[in-house]
Design a protein around this ligand. Structure first.
Ligand code: NCD
Length: 312
């Protein structure tokens, strides 16, 4: 494995297999009453979050704690960033304390790569603007693999606000790496510019027609409509979005009871996903959360523990 996890491009198919093997062991640890492992004793991990988060931040924090690392959280609000300190000064200050890893989330695409060039600690990208969110894609693929078996040749459909979604970008890279056939669906206004060239390069399909694509879906991943990143009108009304692109009760009925449904959260119930779909027996939403802990323990363990740490 490389020193940092900035993008899914940083991991090979073999790395993913190794990460998933360790994640499966960590998943077992999660079921024990005493969950502590000594692997990262004496190591320090900073969670540096300049954007809001519930699951990613707590998941990395718990993952670090269960591996016996010292974990500390810093958020944009309440840090010197709100006094006007530059990102470079903030991370160099943290690095000067001798931390081993920085898990960071920031609104600027490319910020995690930038930070990895400023400091010696391992950097894990927990979401950089609309660019990537690799640990999310790894936990999504891990969850889907546990549900479907191998992803080779399976048709995975991603639906939603693709323009603003780093989860979409990391997921197409990860799922295609694992052999899945991926189709991404969005209204034309939320289909990212340049997607045609990128889809040819990576090898995935695009569509505006959710109902047609769902007919052959082996799994569906709904993505949040990210209103906080929208400045203009991307769709006429919430109702219209739901009719065209929501996983509604009707679409759930056509999908049948077997096709797994994922959502990285947080969900806009009633907008991109109906409550019936979010809470259906085939919904993997909470499995994603618990798998997320196991996968993040695995990531931290591979980046920081034992031999091979701090090597490019
Ligand atoms: C995602 C994110 O922050 O990119 N959430 C998450 O990490 N679980 C997706 C989103 O915000 O919609």
């Amino acid at each position: 494995m490389k020193k940092h996890l900035l993008s899914i491009d940083d991991v090979t198919t073999d790395d993913i297999a190794t990460l998933f093997e360790t994640a499966a062991e960590m998943h077992d640890v999660q079921r024990r009453q005493v969950k502590k492992l000594p692997a990262l004793r004496g190591r320090t991990i900073i969670n540096l979050f300049f954007e809001d988060s519930t699951r990613t931040r707590s998941s990395f924090e718990i993952a670090g704690k269960w591996l016996s690392a010292d974990t500390i959280n810093i958020t944009g609000k309440g840090s010197s960033a709100s006094k006007g300190e530059s990102l470079r000064d903030t991370v160099r200050t943290i690095a000067a304390m001798g931390v081993d890893a920085v898990v960071m989330r920031h609104a600027a695409s490319g910020s995690a790569l930038q930070v990895s060039q400023w400091i010696d600690a391992a950097v894990i990208n927990a979401g950089d603007g609309t660019h990537e969110h690799p640990s999310q894609a790894l936990l999504d693929a891990y969850t889907l693999q546990r549900s479907l078996g191998s992803l080779e040749g399976r048709h995975v459909v991603l639906v939603g606000d693709l323009t603003h979604s780093r989860v979409f970008r990391s997921n197409v890279l990860c799922l295609t790496k694992l052999g899945a056939q991926v189709t991404v669906v969005a209204p034309p206004t939320l289909m990212p510019s340049g997607v045609d060239a990128w889809s040819k390069q990576v090898g995935f399909a695009t569509s505006y027609d959710l109902d047609a694509v769902l007919l052959s879906a082996d799994a569906v991943m709904m993505l949040r409509v990210q209103r906080e990143r929208m400045s203009g009108g991307y769709f006429p009304s919430a109702r219209e979005y739901t009719v065209g692109y929501g996983l509604t009760r009707d679409r759930l009925a056509t999908l049948g009871g077997e096709v797994p449904i994922c959502h990285p959260g947080p969900m806009n119930r009633g907008l991109e996903i109906a409550a019936d779909a979010a809470d259906a027996a085939q919904s993997l939403v909470l499995d994603q959360v618990s798998a997320g802990l196991a996968v993040r323990m695995s990531i931290l363990n591979h980046l920081l523990a034992g031999e091979g740490s701090n090597n490019d």
